[in-house]
Design a protein around this ligand. Structure first.
Ligand code: ATP
Ligand code: ZN
Length: 284
């Protein structure tokens, strides 16, 4: 029995999806087959598909699970469950208009032509704001639509905003914030569910580790209390005596988000020789 997973065959989610499998210790066979491969050391079969098709394939149980952007999932509106947010493929679906336009709020869009590849999400956004506008669904290069007179505004995916900038546009509203998610067929068999749980256990350990750093530092004993108070840690930090009298070595973990803040305060409190090490896996 194998768990079938659908991932993007090329594009922005491909590398991170393959990396997630690898970090979960799931080795992929290097075959010539571009559509499908399997793992030697985990009961998993991997299908490489266009991201737009993944929700449908998972709903139809062609694949048991899949990795896809929330933006695609919500646009397609398929009957699948979201099992886990994966923390990569972060982007936003945004409204953009010409840089010199006076944008005053969503009302600006009333009666305007909006080009997008996400007609469903745009319609929902307009309805929510009680604005009627004319949605033009196009299949790609949405950002050039205003420049060639095809639309007054666009709704497209943005991460840094440089594509908008190069096309003379500015971002004015966020329709949706998105990241890659793991989705699941709604009537998974028991055997598949069991494999999925093993996979999820590993994914969570990898995600935790990605958000965490291991910190080692030296502290004068009279400053230990103050320094320990700054460290959240999984339990309390490990404190070991150093060979030099009056000094200790303190080991702990820190989350990526408050990392710089805490490192500075540790230094101010008298910590020395601070070493920061990436963590590979973190099992709770
Ligand atoms: P496919 O050939 O599989 O249909 P695609 O061209 O539709 O690929 P990509 O551009 O590879 O899709 O993007 C895949 C997903 O990556 C998007 O749906 C989105 O969830 C995510 N993503 C992250 N950042 C961005 C970005 N800056 N622009 C577009 N998509 C992004
Ligand atoms: Zn696509």
């Amino acid at each position: 029995m194998k768990l079938k997973i659908a991932i993007q065959k090329s594009g922005r989610l491909y590398e991170e999806s393959v990396k997630l499998l690898k970090d979960c210790g799931i080795d992929l066979k290097n075959g010539v087959n571009k559509l499908k491969t399997e793992s030697d050391n985990f009961p998993m079969e991997i299908y490489f598909l266009r991201d737009d098709d993944i929700p449908q394939y998972v709903e139809d149980a062609v694949a048991d699970i899949g990795i896809v952007g929330e933006n695609v999932l919500l646009e397609k509106n398929k009957k699948v469950d979201i099992v886990e947010q994966l923390g990569f493929g972060k982007c936003r679906l945004s409204v953009a208009v010409g840089r010199s336009e006076m944008y005053t709020g969503v009302d600006y869009l009333r009666g305007k032509k909006i080009a997008t590849t996400y007609p469903v999400l745009v319609q929902q956004f307009l309805d929510k704001n009680n604005v009627e506008a004319d949605i033009h669904e196009i299949s790609g290069s949405v950002e050039i639509a205003p420049g060639i007179g095809l639309a007054d505004a666009i709704v497209d995916l943005v991460s840094s905003g440089s594509t908008l900038f190069m096309n003379g546009l500015k971002e004015v509203e966020t329709v949706l914030k998105s990241q890659a998610v793991l989705i699941r067929n709604q009537s998974l068999g028991d055997a598949q569910q069991l494999i999925l749980e093993k996979f999820l256990f590993r994914i969570r350990a990898v995600k935790r580790a990605r958000n965490t750093k291991y910190v080692l530092l030296n502290a004068p004993n009279e400053k230990l209390q103050e320094i320990i108070a700054l460290l959240p840690g999984m339990k309390s930090p490990t404190v070991l005596p150093l060979a030099e009298a009056g000094w200790s070595s303190v080991h702990s973990v820190l989350s990526e988000s408050d990392f710089w803040d805490i490192i500075e305060r540790l230094k101010d409190a008298g910590a020395q020789g601070i070493l920061v090490v990436p963590i590979e896996k973190m099992v709770m």
